[in-house]
Design a protein around this ligand. Structure first.
Ligand SMILES: Cc1ncc(COP(=O)(O)O)c(C=O)c1O
Length: 350
């Protein structure tokens, strides 16, 4: 099948704005209705939502987080930071924190489980910051309990270290804690949030924190080439996301849980975490990664559906895991339909 693809378990396909976002953006830029400075409006809105004095747009989370950690290092005079071993900065950013900013990374805890307060006792080098990612994407989107999270933050405070939140999926995490965004963000000195992913925007990020930190972050944004003057389409798309998609996060999480129940009952695949803590989870398939990837492509070619995009290897060579993300794109698929698609993938890949 060619032409239109329907995504089931991943944003996209390919990175394309949903029609309702495009329609709202067109309304916003029609003559006479272009809002003043969409980027400034977005920054104010995110700051208010997160209960922070100020927020600043960045073209990417990659840039925003490196800047935040650099500032914490300069302030504390400690150039090391600690984080879970599967953090985005160390895995996916070509070690920019070290090469560009001269920071050192001290891993804490273990790759395949959540970071715990006890793990932090093993961090022997004084650190300038503790970086926490909510949820921990690379292990399936697990979230620590509120008590555990608070204990980790308290550890950092005792050390005189700052606490930074990788909130790429904080919008998706909020229903789990059932507390206002500002209360969650209130645990952290600096918070990065993504404008695409869960919000289904184009791209972009926001860094929020106190006045002085964000003012200095603005200097680094310019130094790194991130002060782009034409970011308004990204800001508009993000504001549509805040209006229309953010209120849907609990519904997405509930649908992910219903899908996980159906998958677990069928028994062909396993879900992690079970039940999912957020709208995302990992699905473990009893087939090798290359075979799963090929079967996923067959499904797309023949039926026009994208069940997953990322396929990760497991330590066991004839198993793999895929990232499954529930969003508006998934709501038209019943749990039984999703189960049938996974069963089909496993059959084709076996
Ligand atoms: C957990 C996490 N942190 C940070 C980022 C970086 O975001 P960006 O793509 O805006 O640089 C990502 C992107 O996938 C992510 O998943």
């Amino acid at each position: 099948m060619s032409g239109v693809q329907r995504s089931v378990g991943a944003y996209g396909p390919p990175r394309r704005l949903p029609h309702f976002v495009l329609r709202r953006m067109l309304d916003a830029v029609s003559p006479g209705t272009m809002p003043d400075e969409p980027v400034a409006a977005l920054e104010r809105r995110v700051a208010e939502l997160l209960g922070k004095p100020r927020a600043l747009f960045f073209p990417t989370g990659t840039m925003a987080q490196q800047v935040a950690l650099r500032i914490h290092a300069e302030r504390t005079g400690r150039h090391a930071f600690t984080a879970h071993p599967a953090n985005h900065l160390d895995l996916w950013e070509q070690r920019g924190y070290a090469v560009v900013h001269g920071l050192r990374y001290q891993p804490a805890g273990e790759q395949y489980r959540l970071l715990t307060r006890a793990d932090l006792d093993e961090v022997k080098e004084p650190v300038g910051a503790l970086l926490i990612e909510l949820p921990q994407r690379e292990i399936g989107g697990f979230l620590p309990t509120w008590e555990e999270l608070s204990a980790q933050v308290a550890w950092a405070r005792d050390q005189g270290a700052a606490v930074h939140l990788d909130g790429a999926r904080i919008w998706e995490s909020q229903p789990f804690y059932d507390r206002p965004h500002a209360e969650i963000a209130g645990l952290f000195d600096t918070v990065y949030v993504s404008l695409y992913k869960g919000l289904e925007g184009v791209r972009g990020a926001v860094l929020a924190g106190d006045e002085a930190t964000i003012e200095y972050a603005d200097v680094w944004r310019r130094r790194l080439g991130g002060a782009i003057p034409d970011a308004w389409p990204l800001a508009l798309a993000a504001m549509v996301g805040l209006d229309e998609v953010l209120p849907r996060m609990a519904a997405f999480r509930d649908h992910a849980v219903a899908i996980a129940v159906a998958l677990t009952e069928r028994g062909v695949v396993q879900v992690l975490p079970d039940p999912p803590h957020t709208p995302m989870c990992h699905v473990l398939l009893p087939v090798p990664p290359a075979a799963a990837e090929a079967a996923g492509h067959m499904l797309t070619d023949e039926m026009g559906v994208v069940l997953f995009r990322r396929v990760g290897a497991e330590s066991w060579p004839d198993r793999c895991r895929v990232e499954f993300t529930v969003g508006e794109h998934t709501m038209g698929f019943s749990p039984d339909e999703v189960v049938a698609l996974f069963v089909d993938v496993v059959r084709r890949a076996s």
